[in-house]
Design a protein around this ligand. Structure first.
Ligand code: DX5
Ligand code: ZN
Length: 232
């Protein structure tokens, strides 16, 4: 059976001194997407990577690069990431001056567009822009750092998001992906999938696995995540 889910390792927990190699290794180990966390030290209290790094890793893989913007302002940087080879661009609605405009801008640049919901952000933000969404991303930790613990209340929120997305699909025939980000591990991915997620970001769970000197160190954990999500 082919897995209907996507496993998206977050580069935030990768070894930045050999990023290209890490990207090749996780994809060779079965990763579906590369999750790319962009933090600006304003919207979140951390500073990570930008379009230059996206451009640098683009030749390392054909897997979609899933850019998660934790930045303010949002619109200024969208075309830069599209040019750098991003496939999916998501942003936090509170960080945008005009949510509909930001979503439209992402799509105009040829990328898939998505909204990200912090644990405290209500899902109603999506209600009037469903037609512009390709991805809904629920944060199961507060954004800013890898290695945090999954917030259990996210499961109920996932079920609610699943209902909204399914209702939209019934009436429009269009599918929106439901992605989860934060604290996803082999031992909780089953209940997260059962609550409705179909796309799973995992940072520390993937990049913390295995021994540094093992070129296949990510195979086992990615296979276990996929099996736990019901795909295999
Ligand atoms: C947090 C980031 C996440 C993070 C996930 O702000 O958006 O993508 O890297 O890391 P883990 O899987 O370790 O919680
Ligand atoms: Zn992320």
């Amino acid at each position: 059976m082919t897995c209907p889910c996507r496993i998206a390792p977050s580069l935030l927990s990768a070894d930045f001194s050999r990023l290209g190699e890490e990207v090749r290794n996780v994809v060779a180990s079965g990763a579906d997407w590369i999750h790319f966390d962009v933090m600006d030290n304003h919207y979140v209290p951390n500073l990570t990577i930008g379009p230059l790094v996206c451009e640098a890793i683009r030749p390392c893989t054909e897997a979609p690069i899933d850019v998660h913007l934790m930045v303010r302002p949002v619109d200024r940087i969208i075309p830069d990431f599209a040019k750098a080879g991003a496939d999916v661009i998501t942003f936090h609605p509170e960080a945008s001056e005009h949510v509909d405009r930001s979503l439209g801008l992402i799509r105009e640049q040829g990328c898939k567009a998505g909204l990200v919901f912090n644990p405290a952000t209500p899902l109603t933000w999506m209600d009037h822009v469903m037609d512009k969404l390709d991805v809904v991303l629920l944060m199961s930790v507060n954004p800013g750092f890898g290695g945090q613990k999954f917030i259990p209340g996210t499961l109920a929120k996932l079920r609610e998001a699943r209902q909204k997305i399914d209702a939209f699909e019934r009436e429009s025939g269009r599918r929106i992906l439901l992605e989860i980000d934060g604290g996803v591990k082999v031992d909780n991915i089953g209940e997260i999938a059962a609550a409705g997620a179909d796309t799973f970001v995992a940072g520390s769970a993937v990049f913390g696995a295995g021994r540094d000197d093992d070129p296949h160190r990510y195979d086992t954990v990615i296979a276990a995540l996929r099996a736990g999500a019901g795909g295999g």
